[in-house]
Design a protein around this ligand. Structure first.
Ligand code: URA
Length: 302
């Protein structure tokens, strides 16, 4: 209950900061809130996981809470051993298409995707120099079957443009190929996201490794704690702040760890933006991208 109310007040605060003055609440949302309130009287049957549905706002596309639900997820079924993937010989497109077919037909991935939603593989240029790696699909991603198409994705696209590139110049993948499940509401929708478990990430990692093998980027960028944990290993660092902005290595590629774009959505200060930007300047340097004085000066104002 506490998590649900925190998510609700966070979302209302976020909307207020964004200048939204009125919030229209649908009958369905009111019913869902009533249901949540009513369940308060029930004895607890497990960890509190329900995130509050985003409130529909007149003229504003609902944005799901970007803050991950940190409550312990309900026990995730034990997954089988990660798949061993064999790709055909041939060019990058042939190999990537085969990989897409493998992930889309993977029974474990399919079993974790709710009806009408999609398993998600990476997207982008197969000759990209730079590969960004995020955490897991969210609500928009599992509908469109493409990573980073929601609010965090739109910000990532802006960051890429700030680097003087187009989104289609780079490759964007995730540690996970499905949206980590939370209990669905009465209408069958999932509200809110949770970080994947170590077991879930281990299961999906071969798909990411295969994408790295096919695309063969010059360097990787891990976005956020979960991506960094997935690539560097759980327990390999205490706090993201300890390792961000420094080059690490994964699959023989230089790996820059930086914050997830959703961190900026929650902390809109130039200081936060500058921290990510400095990491991206290092990526541009290693990737031999031209850097103008203007780009070097982004977000320096307090
Ligand atoms: N956040 C991620 O880490 N990946 C996505 O695809 C979308 C949001």
């Amino acid at each position: 209950m506490r998590f649900a109310l925190t998510a609700l007040t966070d979302e209302l605060r976020r909307l207020k900061t964004a200048g939204v003055k009125t919030v229209a609440v649908s009958d369905a949302s009111i019913a869902a809130l009533r249901e949540t309130m009513a369940s308060r009287a029930q004895p607890a049957v497990g960890p509190e996981l329900k995130a509050v549905p985003p409130l529909p706002v007149a003229g504003v596309k609902p944005v799901l809470p970007t803050k991950p639900v940190t409550a312990k997820p309900s026990p995730v079924p034990t997954l089988p051993a990660p798949p061993t993937l064999t790709l055909p010989d041939g060019g990058k497109q042939i190999r990537w298409d085969a990989l897409l077919a493998l992930v889309q037909n993977d029974p474990v991935c399919r079993a974790h995707v709710r009806p009408g939603k999609k398993v998600v593989l990476g997207v982008g240029h197969l000759d990209a120099k730079i590969m960004f790696v995020g955490e897991a699909p969210g609500a928009e991603e599992e509908v469109q079957g493409e990573p980073f198409v929601g609010p965090a994705g739109q910000l990532l696209t802006k960051m890429i443009q700030g680097m003087g590139l187009k989104r289609s110049d780079v490759y964007i993948g995730n540690i996970m190929n499905w949206r980590p499940e939370l209990p669905t509401s009465a209408n069958g929708e999932q509200y809110g996201n949770r970080p994947p478990t170590e077991e879930e990430m281990c299961y999906c990692l071969p798909y990411l490794r295969a994408q790295i093998e096919v695309v063969a980027p010059a360097l990787l960028v891990a976005l956020g704690t979960t991506a960094a944990q997935g690539l560097l290993g759980f327990g390999s660092f205490k706090a993201l702040g300890d390792i961000r902005g420094r080059w690490a290595e994964f699959a023989g590629k230089p790996l820059m760890v930086t914050y997830h774009p959703s961190y900026i959505l929650r902390n809109q200060s130039n200081r936060s933006k500058r921290m990510i930007w400095e990491d991206l300047l290092k990526v541009m340097e290693l990737g031999a991208l031209p850097i103008s004085d203007r780009q070097r000066g982004f977000f320096l104002d307090k």
